[in-house]
Design a protein around this ligand. Structure first.
Ligand code: ARG
Length: 472
């Protein structure tokens, strides 16, 4: 059967109109996805009703039936007994219609002094604040996992890289704490954007405010908002807080994708630095030897959708005239998918980090093979009066010699080194060892094991200090 909405106007015009309306109804409906906001919608409605009763617009009797009705509806939704209707367009009208169905005329009084425009802006802000607390907890779990591993690997030496070429020895603990720093900034970005979103739109009504003597501060306090939105036109229309949240999410995913990339590289045969637990990998249906790092690969891949959502939201808001436009309904799917993606990726990483097997001897071998203590030899020469540029050249010749003879720098006979520079003594050995090299970098922010242990302890205190402000 052909879809009547595809046909041009025809003799069965009456029927066509009806079908077109049905299509438009489905096209414009958001209840399929915004039903996720039901708990926040009900919370907002109860706070609004209480305020209306306080200012005498609603009788106490009506307030009690409204509260009881909304509470019962929340249970219906949570028990899966609520019948969502596309004809009622969105979560707001579905709940309101059901309320009137349950309690009669009092239900029709709830929407006094309010519009879906300030209602939806309130719901999304409340929802984002709830979500932020959950995501913050996930970030904290992951950060603790990193700190624990970092402390345990404070003295594990690996090659540090620039250009993916072995550069200088670092400790694995120090490397892991680099990831901690990125996540700490991500966490601060989350708290920061939530603090800005923490204001109450209700009272803005459709766009111009309302003629009732409303108490917006009271509603804000009851819903746990820090402030009341200062301009009604702005309150109902901007979604910059959704964009900011998604920008935070995009940056976090960018970090996780880099981390994923390292896990993929490190677990490859070529590096062999780590072993990912079987639970985080899958095999190949054809190649029996394969163990694929699916989880980090997928996190890396999911980064793309979050970047896409950020671009979608920016484009959604671009050029919208004040105040509310239906365009704004399109904010929800990108936002919800961003949230789901973050939940999944943060959980995957939090589970994965403690389950990584570290192959310390492979890391050490790679650091040796990469002549990573070459800079230490140059610094040694400088301490003995050789200008740095000359020292650089001397060490370059030492590396070429070691490479030609397939020897580690530390294994070059002393007389060969002395032939390159007479200032070199027996004590050069210490400088050329990996452990000597990392131990020497003991300044604040350095890779020395003692510093890494200290940084891990400080990191734990910073996690405690950085908690999201709890409001509401
Ligand atoms: N479902 C709408 C949204 O998500 C609610 C607000 C609709 N307001 C309106 N005047 N059409 O944005």
């Amino acid at each position: 059967m052909s879809d009547p909405t595809d046909s041009p106007a025809s003799p069965w015009g009456g029927r066509f109109n009806e079908s077109t309306d049905a299509f438009v109804q489905a096209f414009t409906a958001s209840v399929g996805f915004d039903r996720r906001l039901y708990a926040q919608d009900i919370r907002g409605s109860i706070a609004h009703a209480r305020m209306l009763a306080r200012i005498g617009v609603l009788s106490n009797e009506d307030l009690l039936t409204i509260e009881a009705g909304l509470t019962a509806i929340r249970q219906e939704i949570e028990n899966g007994r609520f019948e969502w209707s596309v004809a009622l367009e969105d979560v707001h009208m579905n709940i309101e219609a059901r309320l009137t169905e349950r309690i009669g005329v009092a239900g029709k009084r709830l929407h006094t002094g309010r519009s879906r425009n300030d209602q939806v802006a309130t719901d999304v802000r409340l929802y984002l604040k709830d979500v932020a607390r959950e995501l913050d907890a996930r970030l904290v779990t992951l950060m603790h996992g990193l700190v624990d591993r970092a402390e345990a690997e404070a003295a594990t030496v690996m090659p540090g890289y620039t250009h993916l070429q072995a550069a200088q020895p670092v400790t694995f603990g120090h490397h892991l704490l680099a990831w901690f720093e990125m996540l700490a900034r991500d966490r601060a970005r989350l708290a920061d954007c939530i603090a800005r979103a923490d204001e109450l739109p209700l009272g803005a009504a459709a766009l111009a405010g309302t003629s009732y003597p409303i108490d917006r501060e009271g509603v804000a306090a009851e819903l746990g908002f820090a402030r009341v939105a200062a301009n009604s036109l702005d309150a109902v229309s901007d979604r910059d807080f959704v964009i900011e949240f998604t920008a935070f999410a995009a940056i976090l995913m960018m970090h996780l994708s880099r981390f994923s990339e390292e896990l993929v590289l490190w677990s490859s045969q070529a590096f062999g630095f780590i072993e990912l637990a079987d639970a985080f990998c899958t095999g190949s249906s054809i190649m029996p030897q394969k163990k694929n790092p699916d989880v980090p690969e997928l996190v890396r891949g999911k980064t793309g959708r979050v970047f896409g959502h950020l671009m979608a939201l920016l484009t959604l808001m671009k050029s919208q005239p004040l105040a509310y436009n239906k365009d704004n309904q399109e904010d929800k799917e990108p936002l919800f998918d961003t949230i789901d993606t973050l939940h999944g990726c943060l959980r995957a990483f939090a589970d994965l980090i403690p389950a990584i097997g570290v192959r310390r001897e492979r890391m050490r071998e790679a650091a040796v093979a990469g002549f990573t203590t070459a800079t230490d030899l140059a610094d040694y020469l400088v301490r003995r009066g050789v200008p740095f540029r000359d020292a650089h050249a001397i060490v370059g010749r030492a590396v070429a010699m070691a490479e030609a003879e397939r020897l580690d720098l530390a294994a070059l006979p002393l007389e060969r080194l002395r032939a390159l520079s007479a200032v070199i003594d027996e004590d050069v050995r210490e400088v050329l060892t990996l452990d000597g090299s990392v131990a020497a970098r003991a300044h604040y922010g350095g890779t020395a094991p003692v510093r890494v242990r200290e940084a891990a302890q400080t990191a734990r205190r910073r996690i405690e200090a950085g908690a999201l402000q709890r409001s509401g």
